[in-house]
Design a protein around this ligand. Structure first.
Ligand SMILES: [Zn+2]
Length: 280
């Protein structure tokens, strides 16, 4: 079943679990996420980032995800991840995406608010949901500790949500994209303040490598969507290295299948951690 973010995130925030958003950019990544969702009987979000536009054709990705999602009763979302360009958001919606993220986190508060509001106006008119980001989740994951000035402020978050009408808010509470160089420091107090000020489902980016107890605590506080990419990508690369190191690595279709299986098992691990399998 193909749905928008609201359909999967509202119950998640209410009932205290999170839905995984997994990056997809090929048939194998899509199949891995799809098969994991079916096995766990849990909703999932297929996330195709603006930065993958040169990797895979956005219309083909949309067709593949839609074809699979329409073939099951499990709720699935086709989501455009991190997009700064409103023209690409139009393209995604035209291609059949049910949800988009407008990433104005590098803009001023006012420009981020204006851009998000414009995207919401357009997207909501066609039943597409919108995620926006306030504060900044760093892209380099250089250190284990994100400086406090990057974090989302609860007063601003409340004002932003009210003024834009977005459906989900990505918050900066200490996580970062990529691989952490040490144990990340999650600002749980800040997350609690934001969650009290904002009734919307909150989104955690940089979900790879966060200690399980921090993930569970964050979900308890109001995180309803968790983005994961690095750990799944690393599992695939590790699997490929292992295969190509063999005396007879085999033919490409068999290699791709094995890599897909490795990614699927990683995705299943995250789904179980996020307790999404309790939602069906
Ligand atoms: Zn992200």
């Amino acid at each position: 079943m193909l749905v928008n973010l609201d359909a999967v995130l509202k119950p998640a925030r209410e009932e205290g679990y999170a839905v995984g958003a997994f990056n997809v950019y090929s048939l194998e990544t899509i199949s891995a996420v799809y098969r994991a969702a079916l096995e766990c009987r849990a909703p999932v979000i297929f996330a195709f980032g603006e930065r993958y536009i040169d990797v895979a054709n956005i219309k083909v990705i949309a067709s593949m995800v839609r074809t699979l999602a329409l073939d099951t009763d499990i709720p699935m979302v086709l989501h455009l991840d991190h997009c700064k360009d409103i023209a690409v958001i139009y393209r995604a919606v035209t291609a059949g995406f049910t949800s988009v993220m407008f990433d104005g986190s590098q803009l001023s508060f006012d420009d981020n608010l204006d851009g998000s509001r414009r995207v919401v106006e357009f997207a909501h008119s066609v039943g597409v949901t919108v995620e926006a980001e306030l504060g900044s989740v760093p892209f380099d994951a250089a250190g284990a500790e994100v400086p406090e000035e990057y974090l989302t402020r609860s007063d601003e978050a409340a004002r932003f949500v009210q003024a834009t009408g977005i459906d989900a808010l990505a918050v900066a509470v200490g996580t970062a994209h990529g691989e952490y160089k040490g144990k990340p420091k999650i600002y749980h107090d800040r997350l609690g303040q934001i969650a009290s000020a904002v009734p919307l489902p909150l989104v955690l980016h940089g979900g790879s490598g966060i200690p399980d107890e921090d993930v569970v605590k964050a979900i308890g506080a109001g995180i309803a969507k968790i983005n994961v990419n690095t750990q799944i990508s690393s599992a695939a690369v590790k699997c490929m290295k292992e295969i190509t190191g063999r005396e007879k690595p085999g033919a490409l279709p068999d290699i791709m299948k094995e890599v897909e299986d490795a990614m699927m098992s990683e995705v299943k691990g995250f789904i179980r951690l996020f307790l999404a399998n309790k939602s069906m």
